[in-house]
Design a protein around this ligand. Structure first.
Ligand SMILES: [Zn+2]
Ligand SMILES: [Zn+2]
Length: 163
């Protein structure tokens, strides 16, 4: 999976032209990777190795996906072992499926808060359950301090039928 073609050392000039010198991952102060390739301008070597181009499950443009594995941090389900995914032979397709099944959740709901403590990598099932449970429309009717918001009524879309 790891593409050695990506592992080309940067030249001294390329290193000097970079705007920052430290990895962009929150809490990581390691200097940038000396290797070119995806994430080469923004991540340290360790975090660069999390990128899907190197066999990991993260995307260079999305620093909050760094740290994602095939395992759900909530229920422990390993997406790589899921019956539908385990049978995919093409490793690139398999990893793509795993990346779709394991999502990144912003614990406080603030999508711009990408600090590591605010991120958890959970499967789509756990993510759906979390979304339902944290939804304010589920506010208990016994909790009088909270106003009960009315859930939006489902309106079926009118389909245009073209003949
Ligand atoms: Zn780093
Ligand atoms: Zn899960």
């Amino acid at each position: 999976m790891r593409d050695l073609e990506l592992d080309i050392l940067k030249t001294g000039a390329a290193m000097k032209s970079l705007p920052g010198t430290c990895c962009e991952v929150d809490g990581c102060s390691t200097i940038l990777t000396p290797y070119k390739g995806p994430g080469g301008d923004t991540y340290c070597r360790d975090h660069q190795m999390h990128l899907h181009e190197y066999g990991g499950f993260s995307k260079a443009q999305k620093p909050y996906t760094i740290g994602k594995t095939s395992v759900c941090e909530e229920c422990g389900m390993d997406a790589a072992e899921h019956t539908s995914i385990a049978v995919i032979e093409d490793l690139i397709m398999k990893n793509r499926a795993i990346r779709m099944v394991i999502t990144t959740d912003h614990i406080d709901g603030n999508h711009s808060n990408n600090s590591l403590e605010n991120l958890s990598h959970i499967c789509v099932v756990c993510h759906a359950v979390k979304t339902i449970i944290s939804g304010d429309y589920l506010t208990s009717s016994t909790d009088a301090t909270k106003p009960k918001s009315s859930p939006k009524k489902y309106k079926p879309r009118k389909k245009k039928i073209t003949q």
